[in-house]
Design a protein around this ligand. Structure first.
Ligand SMILES: C[S@@+](CC[C@H](N)C(=O)[O-])C[C@H]1O[C@@H](n2cnc3c(N)ncnc32)[C@H](O)[C@@H]1O
Length: 250
């Protein structure tokens, strides 16, 4: 699992040697709903944990807006890239840690927000990660995650239709073709109906919204389709939830 991610952490642009300013511009131009939708500016003076920080562009966005950002990734590439990005972005109040999401090395109840974009759908032990996150959040703390949408155009057309091969299961197809570089060891796409089951033991006030109307074609990746988000066919589900204040339902 880790070998794949060491080689494929997205948005690093290592070969091109792109500066942070250009990496930031490219990311938020492509994923153009993010700056409006993710509340990067809502955690000034608060503790935010980003799980799977990758190239660190979102960690920098929280940090530039005044959050005490702690970034975590299980690859050396992710940790190094995040450190470089935070330094380039001038974020001082930050900490970057190499660890797995399944065992978060922090005291309980210390974070006001846990954020994770495009990571939890690559972890088979997602239930374990959700309960780790819940432990590390303060009561009433926020969870914000992006998960892939199974009921999307990209899933139906780019993964199932374009790559259909006799003998390969849906699970094998999405693992192989969900990322820019083939062969991701594990990917699961979620329906919005799956989200309460995933979170309801530890979280409440769960909301979902769907964005990012794109497909991969045989020639290009992430080609934008001019559809309304209201149709619910985008590739990204943004999930927000709050940690329950009292005992869990278990
Ligand atoms: C698709 S990338 C997303 C990176 C970043 N969040 C972004 O939006 O660009 C997934 C990241 O999660 C990290 N990752 C995957 N599984 C992990 C795990 N179990 N624990 C910690 N990090 C993990 C990978 O190393 C990689 O940096």
């Amino acid at each position: 699992m880790i070998d794949y991610w060491e080689k494929t952490v997205p948005w690093t642009f290592k070969d091109e040697g792109l500066a942070y300013r250009d990496r930031r511009r490219l990311r938020y131009a492509l994923q153009d709903y993010m700056l409006e939708t993710i509340p990067f500016g809502s955690y000034r003076g608060k503790r935010v944990l980003e799980i799977g920080s990758g190239a660190g562009i979102d960690s920098a966005e929280f940090g530039r807006n005044g959050a005490d950002i702690v970034s975590l990734d299980f690859t050396e590439t992710g940790v190094t890239s995040t450190k470089e990005t935070l330094a380039e972005a001038g974020v001082r109040s930050s900490n970057v840690i190499r660890a797995t999401a399944q065992n978060l090395p922090f005291r309980d109840g210390v974070f006001n927000c846990v954020y994770s974009f495009g990571v939890l759908h690559h972890i088979p032990e997602v239930g374990q990660v959700v309960s780790e996150i819940s432990k590390k959040l303060a009561k009433g703390g926020d969870l914000i995650v992006m998960l892939y949408n199974r009921n999307s155009l990209l899933y139906a057309y780019s993964i199932l239709f374009l790559h259909w091969e006799a003998g390969l299961s849906e699970a094998e197809l999405i693992g192989r073709y969900s990322e820019r570089i083939e062969g991701c060891p594990y990917t699961r796409a979620y329906s919005i109906e799956d989200i309460p089951t995933l979170l309801a033991d530890d979280f409440h006030r769960i909301t979902t919204e769907i964005h990012y109307n794109v497909v991969d074609t045989p020639h290009d990746r992430k080609v934008k389709i001019g559809l309304s988000d209201e149709l619910g066919l985008g590739w990204h589900i943004i999930v927000r939830a709050k940690k329950r204040a009292g005992n869990t339902k278990r």
